[in-house]
Design a protein around this ligand. Structure first.
Ligand SMILES: *Cc1c(COP(=O)(O)O)cnc(C)c1O
Length: 462
């Protein structure tokens, strides 16, 4: 299995090299040269497997250069940190299936991929005798999931910038109470955009980047997408065992097109997904694209589902590559046009193909809170606001006898303000959050200044 860039200049990379490269050196995103397909018999057999075994079955089809025993060990270790024996259990509530992806250490779905990526980085660095300094900016969920992915690991230090006082108290505590010596929290006196700008400038200084072996953990890393493919198969297995269904809908709350792209890969592998339902909040560039081919960048607005307050979806280029029949030249042209004009448009032939795979809905804040309220009233189950966006879209768009699985991307206790607004109740805290306010903390407050941040990295790099 080899990997190539959407922009056509990078080819023939092994899986391990694709993971270490992250963003392709030609500015594109890495994808397998071909996506392996599975027979209905293979897929039916998967429904009997426990999550780590299933993960091995899927991942091994994309990984050609890690011995099976090592890959198995990496997978097993990655999912031991989950608090639920099923890793990603499926709950049937009021006609929909809720795929709970929030039983990892930071209570959001990003743990599913980042627990694996952290172990994989450690394995590859040890093998190569190299070190890495991860530098990233976060508005909340990614930072804590990345920190938990690499805390205590050998040959890796991690530096995460968050806007001082501007992330939710739980998100801040989840980051700053990790006091392992390889973890550095930098609270910058500025905004999330300042953080992103500083990180970009540090990576743009090639001498600095080389010298400190800077690494990234953002959602463009292929290993993250791959780890997320697994739970689509897992959920189909559970639901088809219960119902005998031959087809299924998935409703996916999205902002960066990462999670839903993993579903698209599962569909291309042969999983019988009737449609992928793409659910956005008011930052609706992706749902506008699916509904009427309008991919035009707008201002980011703040919503109750902040992890989806994104306009430029970093993984969208991967989907465009398939929509454009794997034509790299067309991708290069489209990306240049997007950069220049802030928009892309699509003809009816393209849109017919989009409609074969996707449905979409944009859900506003009032509808999000109403969905949390209605769902709680009818089932007693509390949805987090991101999940509620997906449940609303799933209910509205799935039809007939085909079951719908809604991806639950965060635990409600992580977004308790929105939940309280909706139902006037405090969601029960899982044990990992109990007493978190009283734990030891480590965090440095620093000016939103690239020079100061680079100095700090330099002094603390591994
Ligand atoms: C990151 C995140 C999302 C969006 O993920 P995508 O990869 O953009 O689909 C949704 N919900 C939560 C809770 C998140 O943390």
């Amino acid at each position: 299995m080899y990997y190539q860039s959407t922009r056509g200049k990078i080819r023939g990379l092994s899986f391990k090299d694709a993971v270490m490269m992250g963003l392709a050196d030609d500015g594109g995103l890495l994808l397998p040269e071909s996506i392996p397909t599975l027979s209905p018999g293979d897929i039916a057999a998967f429904s009997k497997l426990a999550y780590p075994e299933l993960a091995f079955q899927i991942l091994s089809r994309f990984v050609g250069d890690i011995p099976s025993a090592d890959l198995k060990a990496l997978i097993d270790r990655s999912y031991q940190s989950f608090s639920h024996p099923e890793i990603t259990p499926v709950e049937h509530k009021d006609g929909v299936y809720i795929l709970e992806l929030f039983h990892g250490p930071t209570l959001a779905f990003k743990d599913v991929a980042l627990q694996f990526l952290g172990n994989l980085f450690e394995y590859l660095l040890r093998e190569r005798g190299e070190k890495m300094n991860i530098l990233g900016a976060t508005s909340g969920d990614t930072g804590s999931a990345a920190i938990y992915g690499v805390r205590g690991k050998e040959n890796i230090n991690i530096f995460i910038l968050h806007p001082h006082g501007k992330v939710s108290p739980i998100q801040e505590l989840q980051m700053t109470t990790v006091v392992d010596p390889n973890v550095f929290n930098l609270a910058i006196k500025g905004t999330f955009d300042d953080g992103q700008r500083i990180v970009k400038e540090a990576f743009g200084d090639l001498e600095f980047k080389e010298k400190h072996a800077l690494g990234a953990v953002n959602s463009i890393n292929w290993a993250r997408v791959l780890a997320q493919v697994v739970y689509y198969f897992y959920a189909f297995g559970r639901v088809s065992l219960q119902t005998g269904c031959r087809e299924i809908y998935f409703s996916v709350p999205t902002g960066n097109f990462g999670d839903i792209f993993a579903g698209y890969v599962a569909k291309r592998m042969g999983l019988p997904i009737k449609k992928l339902i793409l659910a956005t909040n008011e930052n609706n560039i992706l749902s506008r694209f699916v509904r009427n081919g309008d991919y035009s960048i707008d201002k980011v607005v703040q919503t109750h589902s902040p992890s989806m307050d994104i306009q430029l979806a970093s993984n969208f280029e991967r989907y465009l590559y398939y929509l454009f029949n794997q034509d790299s030249e067309r991708i290069v042209e489209a990306m240049a046009l997007l950069q220049k004009t802030g928009k892309l448009s699509f003809g009816s032939e393209d849109m017919d193909r989009v409609a074969e795979d996707f449905l979409a809905l944009s859900v506003d804040d009032a509808q999000t809170l109403q969905t949390i309220r209605d769902f709680h009233a009818s089932t007693g189950y509390i949805l987090d606001p991101h999940t509620a966006v997906g449940v609303k879209a799933g209910r509205e768009l799935a039809g007939g006898e085909v079951p719908v699985v809604c991806l639950a991307t965060a635990h409600p206790a992580k977004f308790s303000d929105a939940v309280r607004k909706a139902i006037g109740l405090e969601p029960q805290r899982p044990s990992s959050l109990e007493g978190i306010e009283n734990k030891e903390k480590r965090c440095v407050v620093i000016d939103a200044d690239t020079r100061r941040v680079k100095e700090f990295v330099q002094n603390n790099a591994i």
